[in-house]
Design a protein around this ligand. Sequence first.
Ligand SMILES: Cc1cc2nc3c(=O)[nH]c(=O)nc-3n(C[C@H](O)[C@H](O)[C@H](O)COP(=O)(O)OP(=O)(O)OC[C@H]3O[C@@H](n4cnc5c(N)ncnc54)[C@H](O)[C@@H]3O)c2cc1C
Length: 401
Amino acid sequence: MDTDALDDFLAGARRFLDDHATPKQGAGGWGDGDDQLSGYRTVTEQEDADRVRGAQVWKALEFDHGYGWIAGSPELGGRGLPPEFERGYLELRAQYDVPAQGVFVISLGMVAPTFEQFGGDEVRMLVPHLWRGDLIGCQLFSEPTNGSDVAGLITKARADGDEWVIDGQKVWTSVAQHSQWGLLLARTNHDAPKHAGITAFALDMSTPGVEVRPLVMMTGGTEFNEVFLDGVRVPDAHRLGPVDGGWRVAIATLMNERALGAGGSDLFGTFRALERLRMTIEHMGFDRDPRVRDEFARLYTMGETIRYMALAADERRRNGMLPGPAESVFKLANTEVLRAVSSLGTRICGMSSVVDTGAWGTYAWGVLEATMPGLRIAGGTDEIMRNILAERVLGLPKEPG
Ligand SMILES: Cc1cc2nc3c(=O)[nH]c(=O)nc-3n(C[C@H](O)[C@H](O)[C@H](O)COP(=O)(O)OP(=O)(O)OC[C@H]3O[C@@H](n4cnc5c(N)ncnc54)[C@H](O)[C@@H]3O)c2cc1C
């Protein structure tokens, strides 16, 4: 790697950040800044809209200055730099207060790469707009009767001239209420084996017949939705990959989803929550309690194990290895550790974790606790992750059907 080029790049990035953002103050101690630990927080519709708008304004600014799609394809507007440059930029950006970018996780981690890999010209033209944040994309895979078993989906698409007509229902669709495009799987062949009868599409969410209904979560937030599809017409030019070849598109998307949670990105917020737990223990005066110290030490050690596994995953990626089933360990390990961290934080704060007194940093534990069941389900449940690791990584006998 050309370290001079990386140093020059990071010096430019620092100038950009100094000009447009404020460096974070202090070490982020108790009472400093935003106290939320959960991505699924309780907010009003207006706060939610403002949050998304703020994230989009920042994303466009970054993109226009060359920091929005650092490792992306130059033919589509990316900078074509090695992944180290992107990682370096993100580490640098973490030292500044910038609007939270969570609304783009699915859009950029899953939808944009799939549109780029499998889309025709019209769909590929959308990719830079996704990276600039002008457009947001969502993942329309799960249905009321099929979540873990994605290939069992029943939403159907029937050909009509050079269009497809789509009828069905999707559910648990994160950020659909903010999305202009969706990555949709539908059944196009009812006679073929279930994996061989699916086709993938880029769906314009403003098409007549698409109805998005937000679902209220236990946290009070509305981060995901039901999406109803009634006679929705999609041009064949928006098909992703071959007719009946959607399973390969789905797998590529799901592998990108696994890769999102691997590496050192702290997608789940595990390291952030561990650091907050340390502060909470001190703030609430439990730092001399041997049971609490013991439990925290155990969790900290597990967190550090994840950190070292992430370094190894980064190294594999640097050496050009595509994400595979082994990446499932990150989802499982992060949710296991985060669940235990959340439980200890909530027990230490007691009533103030379930009643919002306005005090900084205590109620946030209750919100995280209410998020945990969803995290253990989203993107593949704990049981499914265990099955993948057992069967496809460790080579153990398959689950009885
Ligand atoms: C917060 C959140 C966000 C989400 N966002 C999206 C999104 O943006 N787009 C999208 O398409 N979907 C999304 N989902 C849906 C998610 O992918 C599914 O909920 C998940 O795959 C599980 O499917 P299911 O809910 O139908 O449960 P089921 O598949 O019906 O599972 C029910 C239970 O049975 C267990 N089970 C199922 N099969 C097996 C098996 N073979 N072996 C052992 N146990 C098994 C499961 O572990 C679970 O405990 C989201 C879900 C959540 C909670």
